[in-house]
Write a protein that binds this ligand. Structure first.
Ligand code: APR
Ligand code: ZN
Length: 244
């Protein structure tokens, strides 16, 4: 249910064991479209469903179509993006010893650029691109500057973007650490996610407390939510935490 900001601010003020779990809605205020909102990536028209394009099978079968989509719809907005006030507030909360970890489904690296240090990237990072054949790592720059499909400059293998594609497993160590942080958290702030994609969404259910706060433009169906503030995560976080 919708609650007053003052109540949530008091919960945040009083805790030094807060964990954050976020999604694409954390980066829309930085100009990166999310996936499932009305103007999100998945609502636009393509020859194939975007969830199919962003899958490992499609990537291997149609690398050219995959790269066109990835560069236009994912990379270009990421390269132009700056961290927003939401990312900055979370980094301040970590520095103040209040926030233990940022857990994100995003691959854009904006939390780290805002100063957050303990960031668990459930769906990988667009910085960790690698050759499928020889495993060589490639930076975002190398990757972004190349026209069309990107191949390894050592063995000509296809370069896999650092993101976890549909049909690929999440990193087991990141999953284990995420479960630990969430299960031990006193306060869990969830923001900018539709909580649809598994296994990420189910991780929220490891939370054992009674202070699960959702900051989202739309309601999400998760009965574990204790406090829901409808609005933009960046704006809400700015009101909820003032760096003393
Ligand atoms: N502030 C708060 N909430 C927002 C904002 C904002 N500024 N902008 C959008 N939202 C909300 C939307 O209302 C929606 O509920 O954020 C949510 C974004 O949901 P999705 O687009 O489904 O993004 P996400 O939950 O991160 O998707 C999970 O799906 O496509 C895969 O791998 C991809 O990591 C992604 C995963
Ligand atoms: Zn190679």
């Amino acid at each position: 249910m919708q609650v007053k900001i003052a109540k949530v601010k008091q919960i945040i003020d009083q805790s030094n064991n807060i964990v954050f779990f976020g999604g694409a809605g954390m980066s829309t205020e930085s100009g990166i479209p999310d996936f499932r909102s009305a103007d999100g990536i998945y609502k636009q028209k393509y020859n194939y469903p975007p969830e199919q394009i962003l899958s490992i099978n499609f990537f291997k079968r149609h690398p050219d179509v995959f790269y066109d989509f990835l560069k236009e719809k994912v990379l270009t907005p990421i390269l132009a993006a700056q961290p927003n006030q939401g990312h900055i507030k979370l980094a301040q909360m970590e520095k103040a010893g209040k926030l233990k970890a940022v857990i994100t489904q995003n691959i854009d690296g904006l939390h780290q650029r805002a100063g957050s240090e303990n960031v668990l990237q459930l769906h990988g990072s667009i910085k960790n691109n690698y050759c499928l054949k020889c495993g060589k790592n490639f930076s975002l720059d190398y990757f972004a500057k190349k026209e069309g499909t990107v191949y390894c400059d050592r063995c000509d293998g296809l370069i896999h973007p650092g993101a976890v594609l549909f049909g690929e497993p999440l990193d087991s160590m990141i999953m284990r650490k995420t479960k630990e942080y969430i299960s031990q958290a006193e306060v869990l702030i969830v923001a900018g996610t539709s909580m649809i994609v598994q296994p990420a969404a189910a991780l929220v259910n490891y939370y054992q407390g009674d202070k699960l706060i959702l900051l989202n433009l739309t309601q999400v169906s998760n009965r574990r939510i204790n406090y829901f503030l409808k609005g933009k995560a960046g704006e809400l976080l700015s009101q909820l935490y003032t760096d003393t």
